[in-house]
Design a binder for this molecule. Structure first.
Ligand code: PXP
Length: 242
């Protein structure tokens, strides 16, 4: 099976920093540690309200880290301008609601075709690899394909937050979406809410090429250190992939 890449999302290092408004803990230092621990990329979400990652963080991440940067962004003109200025390796377009605690659902690629089309085109022209964060639903994959996005990231939040039969149903939908999306020629990523307990069945899906994981790794890092939490996650992923 192809290697499964791990993108480490460092947003919540910035959440802790911002709780006191100072300079530490520094998300760029976390990104450098993640690289040492075996991450294949760094993911950061510059939210409209700047609740965690700041513009200055994106600037420094672009300049100071060697790993590919995946910028998570809402489909707005402001974020498009920022992405075009920094030209990250990838941009993952996510829905954003100011009042939500985290990205609660996938973007409606099917319903928002006209809004997304120019954004996907302009990012693509700047050679930024565009990914759409979508629910595991064939309709959304068809829409991503017709928008010309090369990548989709499947939302694993509902799978992680459920249990028993409901979790199995969500897992089956993710498996189906991964196979269907790959058959359309889309590169398949997945993420949101993944932990040591939930990562293996997702990592075992052969069409999935990349996982983006943040909150759990930063939280676990409080107890065992960030490098250790990332290395352990990497082990779970590699084991599941065998
Ligand atoms: N992928 C996307 C598109 C996200 O929006 C997020 C959360 O910012 C993640 C992955 C990572 O989720 P978590 O922090 O729950 O691991």
């Amino acid at each position: 099976m192809t290697k499964l890449r791990l993108g480490v999302n460092i947003d919540h290092v910035a959440t802790i920093r911002n709780a006191r408004g100072g300079a530490f803990p520094d998300p760029v230092r976390a990104a450098k540690l993640a690289a040492q621990a075996g991450a294949d990329g760094i993911t950061a979400h510059l939210r409209e309200d700047r609740r965690h990652i700041s513009d200055a963080d994106i600037e420094r991440l672009s300049r100071e880290i060697d790993l590919p940067l995946n910028l998570e962004m809402a489909a707005t003109d402001e974020m498009l301008a920022i992405a075009l200025r920094h030209r990250p390796h990838a941009a993952c377009i996510v829905p954003e609601k100011r009042e939500e605690r985290t990205t609660e659902g996938g973007i409606d690629a099917a319903g928002q075709h006209n809004r997304l089309a120019p954004l996907v085109r302009r990012l693509g022209e700047a050679r930024i690899r565009v990914s759409l964060f979508v629910e595991a639903d064939r309709r959304q994959l068809d829409a991503a394909k017709s928008l010309g996005a090369p990548v989709v990231e499947l939302h694993t939040g509902a799978y992680c937050d459920s249990a028993g039969e409901t979790r199995e149903k969500h897992l089956a939908a993710i498996r189906d979406a991964a196979a269907y999306g790959a058959s359309l020629g889309l590169e398949i990523h997945a993420g949101h809410g993944l932990s040591y307990d939930t990562v293996a069945p997702i990592a075992a899906i052969p069409e999935i090429r990349e996982l983006n994981i943040g909150h759990f790794l930063v939280g676990e890092g409080i107890f065992v250190g960030l490098e250790a939490s990332i290395k352990r996650m990497r082990q779970f992923m590699d084991e599941a992939r065998k």
